[in-house]
Design a binder for this molecule. Structure first.
Ligand SMILES: [Zn+2]
Length: 132
């Protein structure tokens, strides 16, 4: 999470793409991410909570808020993000990129479980933005 925030601040778009769930990477709008990253002044990140669901060592949720300003003023965003670990690396599950996968298909994160037993719940629990 912190490393992804740093990547936004530094304009390291490759890193942001590489740390998103591989099955979603082709659905990301690289230019939009790049523009947002470079045209914003990043003011700070606060990690409010890290949740590690019992019995699911491959899943984590991070609640954070980020502040930045750009030509239109100051902004804040608060989000509960889902992450999944595969082969020792953590990947961000982007709730804005649809996954074309059936509930009984192999999970696109590559953990070898069916989707419904793996990331489906994490995706359902993820909310793009939180109040306040
Ligand atoms: Zn999965």
């Amino acid at each position: 999470m912190r490393s992804r925030y740093s990547a936004y601040a530094l304009g390291n778009i490759d890193y942001l793409l590489q740390t998103t769930l591989p099955a979603q990477q082709s659905g990301l709008d690289r230019e939009a991410i790049r523009t947002w990253s470079l045209q914003s002044t990043w003011l700070g990140l606060e990690v409010e909570a890290v949740e590690l669901p019992a019995g699911q060592p491959e899943h984590a949720f991070v609640t954070f808020s980020a502040r930045w300003h750009d030509a239109s003023g100051a902004h804040a965003h608060r989000e509960r993000s889902a992450f999944v670990r595969h082969a020792g690396r953590w990947y961000f599950i982007d709730p804005t990129v649809p996954l074309q996968v059936g509930r009984n298909d192999p999970c696109p994160c590559g953990n070898g479980l069916k989707f419904k037993k793996c990331c489906a719940d994490a995706l359902r629990q993820t909310s793009q933005a939180l109040e306040g």
